[in-house]
Design a protein around this ligand. Structure first.
Ligand SMILES: Cc1ncc(COP(=O)(O)O)c(C=O)c1O
Length: 397
């Protein structure tokens, strides 16, 4: 619940809103922990033990099994815990799987650009097509070719653009689909028949800790490992093979290196919270309700609007907003970044919102997380604070 303890502002022409978000954490990652989280959640972590011992392995296996259940994965899909957060999981998939056929990358935000760089400049894939757009615009997914491997991001966290459906992916494809779902897993429904590889990190929709990545593999992706080993060097941390075949141990909790058992415990606590409240449908419902609360304010705001102009492509998870006032636009990008800085510091000072600046690799503006761990009332209370901070920042010059 938002609280009502905001002291009245001395200025009368721009009074501070009466309601203040009870929790000001709207960062797009790491994101707010689930409601009710406390340090007690990790009190029983099997710390100071080898991660190969019975109890720690059981915890890792439980996190894999609960992930499988909560994501409503088909029974024959596999889940592994990898090092290096989402980036580690995605690069492990790229390094271990690609090169057998042509690859396409659909890129529209900073991380799509990262996978493009990996494919083009590090792996030096010979047969590579890149479909890249500016922030706010989804590439033309109709270019997808089922004969090729395809890499795409489900929700571009820094661009405010998501892929609204996966209908463009052929069921009888020959290539694999590699999906970076860092900020989409647990917040949207996923048609698993279209996905061969999917990666995410704990620090997004589940409000977990960073540095551990999750890898979901379809039977076809496992089959690729069993029949294909690229001839480029693969560091141990990205190695999904063992003795020339798929390393099946990683799907049973035998991690590639030492995980943080504290972070595993924290992730388990988040998974249990999610099951308690009703599983994936309830996580999605919370995200929808959160987005609706913010959207109601955006629709009425006269100084800011969605970066993505196509409503169907607008991310309802990581909401990216750009300035619309012609005077602000005419002032140029650097002045707009300054404005963002001022708005953010005003709101941080008031403890009304933390970490709402747009990602520096995107365009100047505001970015707000609407994932399932955030509360609707806090998002509803945030809008008037944004209006207040904008007016204050403009007045400050
Ligand atoms: C879409 C997307 N992909 C990948 C990443 C990288 O995640 P990590 O830092 O967990 O590796 C992020 C982080 O914000 C992201 O938003």
């Amino acid at each position: 619940m938002a609280d009502t303890t905001t002291p009245n502002a001395t200025r009368t022409d721009n009074p501070k809103p009466v309601l203040r978000p009870a929790d000001p954490r709207f960062s797009c990652g790491p994101v707010k922990k689930y409601p009710g989280w406390s340090w007690d959640a990790i009190a029983d972590a099997p710390l100071s033990r080898t991660h190969r011992a019975g109890a720690p392995v059981a915890r890792i296996k439980e996190s894999i099994e609960r992930t499988h259940a909560l994501l409503e994965l088909p029974a024959d899909y596999k889940v592994a815990l990898l090092p290096g957060s989402d980036t580690g999981a995605m690069e492990a998939a790229m390094w271990s799987l690609l090169g057998q056929r042509g690859t396409d990358v659909f890129s529209w935000d900073v991380f799509g650009n990262r996978w493009t760089y990996d494919a083009r400049d590090e792996l030096k894939l010979k047969d590579l097509r890149v479909f890249k757009t500016e922030p706010g615009i989804l590439p033309d997914v109709a270019q997808y070719d089922p004969a090729r491997d395809a890499i795409f991001t489900l929700n571009g966290t820094a661009a405010g653009v998501w892929v609204p459906d996966l209908d463009w992916i052929a069921d009888d494809r020959e290539g694999l689909t590699l999906c970076d779902a860092t900020s989409a897993a647990f917040a949207v429904g996923i048609d698993w028949s279209k996905i061969d590889v999917l990666t995410f990190s704990w620090q997004k929709c589940m409000g977990g800790e960073a540095q551990h990545g999750m890898l979901v593999m379809s039977p076809r992706a496992i089959e690729r490992l069993n029949t294909w080993r690229p001839d480029w060097p693969i560091p141990g941390l990205l190695q999904l093979h063992a003795n020339g075949k798929a390393n099946m141990g990683v799907y049973e909790g035998a991690t590639l290196n030492t995980p943080s058992l504290m972070a595993v415990e924290d992730y388990l606590a988040a998974l249990k919270w999610a099951s308690r409240i009703g599983g994936l449908p309830e996580l999605i419902r919370r995200r929808e309700e959160n987005f609706a609360a913010l959207d109601a304010w955006v629709q009425g705001a006269d100084w800011i609007d969605y970066l993505c102009e196509t409503p169907a492509h607008r991310s309802p998870v990581s909401v990216c907003l750009k300035y619309t006032d012609p005077a602000v636009i005419a002032a140029g990008a650097e002045a707009q970044w300054e404005l963002t800085k001022k708005i953010s510091s005003l709101l941080e000072r008031e403890n009304a919102a933390l970490d709402i600046s747009m990602h520096r690799a995107s365009v100047p503006g505001i970015r707000i997380w609407c994932g399932p761990t955030v509360e609707r009332d806090d998002l509803a209370a945030l809008g008037p604070w944004l209006d207040w901070a904008y007016r204050e920042a403009l007045d400050a010059g």
